[in-house]
Design a protein around this ligand. Structure first.
Ligand SMILES: NC(=O)c1ccc[n+]([C@@H]2O[C@H](COP(=O)([O-])OP(=O)(O)OC[C@H]3O[C@@H](n4cnc5c(N)ncnc54)[C@H](OP(=O)(O)O)[C@@H]3O)[C@@H](O)[C@H]2O)c1
Length: 235
């Protein structure tokens, strides 16, 4: 049985990815901070704050203890604060980067030898803001751009080491993050304002992850894939 680690698996997109990979026959190692939500997944889980520099190594050791191998890593955890630049603090910036960029970097570094041994895969969940920045998303946009660049770097090493590396850019996906935004604006008006087909569902991102890490998706490598209802207008 193959092992897949999913970060940010307690809720939202990460939870849908964990559930989908479990259905597809992976032994999923789930992580996030909310122990109760993690336990409700019925799979081995470890509650960690991934902003802590020691958490990535603890996560990999936990996975190895439980299953002895690592085939897939999905770096999904992220919680960058929105807001106008002058309203964002030093702490907001450090938090955003500590979790989403450095969390992914550290998990990838700790997992790499095991992924190399298993000829495994990494999927980084970035976001459309990485290609299309905006005034209210300076942390998320820049952190996602960094994650996309990191994906390309790692993919080149992955050619040498036999590790598949890709990134996915979700657009507006119906999770708690988006629900908070939609509380202030009607969904139809939001869809119209964004010039998108509709709001996406976490399961649609999970299906894309499932394809990438399946044997059919193996030739996808170093790809930065938008799944956004047409939100990204540039090439
Ligand atoms: N939803 C969208 O429209 C959208 C669009 C573009 C990109 N994305 C990206 O997709 C990813 C998932 O987004 P989502 O909407 O599913 O978010 P979400 O519902 O808020 O879930 C975020 C996940 O990250 C975990 N997390 C947050 N802070 C953490 C920390 N310090 N340490 C460890 N885990 C932490 C949360 O777990 P706990 O709460 O248990 O800590 C949760 O499982 C994020 O990287 C986000 O930037 C989302």
């Amino acid at each position: 049985m193959k092992t897949a680690i999913v970060t940010g698996a307690s809720r939202g997109i990460g939870r849908a990815i964990a559930e989908r990979l479990m259905r597809d026959g992976f032994r999923v190692i789930a992580t996030g901070r909310d122990e109760v939500l993690l336990a409700s997944l019925n799979t081995p889980s470890i509650a960690l704050d991934l902003r802590d520099p020691t958490s990535a190594q603890a996560l990999i050791e936990f996975a190895l203890l439980k299953t002895g191998r690592i085939d897939v890593v999905v770096n999904n955890a992220g919680a960058t604060k929105r807001g106008l630049f002058l309203e964002l603090s030093e702490g907001d910036w450090l938090d955003g980067y500590s979790l989403k960029l450095f969390g992914a970097v550290r998990v990838a570094r700790a997992a790499w030898p095991h992924l190399k041994a298993a000829r495994g895969s990494i999927v980084n969940i970035a976001g459309v803001g990485g290609r299309t920045p905006g005034a209210e998303f300076s942390i998320g946009g820049s952190v996602n751009a960094a994650l996309l660049s990191f994906t390309k770097s790692l993919a080149e090493q992955g050619v040498v080491d036999g590790v598949q590396v890709n990134a996915i850019n979700p657009g507006a996906i119906r999770t708690d993050r988006l629900r908070k935004r939609l509380a202030a604006i009607d969904e139809d008006a939001f869809v119209k304002s964004q010039l998108i087909t509709r709001v996406g569902e976490p399961e649609e991102v999970a299906a894309l992850v499932a394809f990438l890490v399946s044997s059919e998706g193996r030739y996808m490598h170093g790809s930065l894939i938008d799944i956004d209802g047409g939100a990204t207008k540039t090439m």
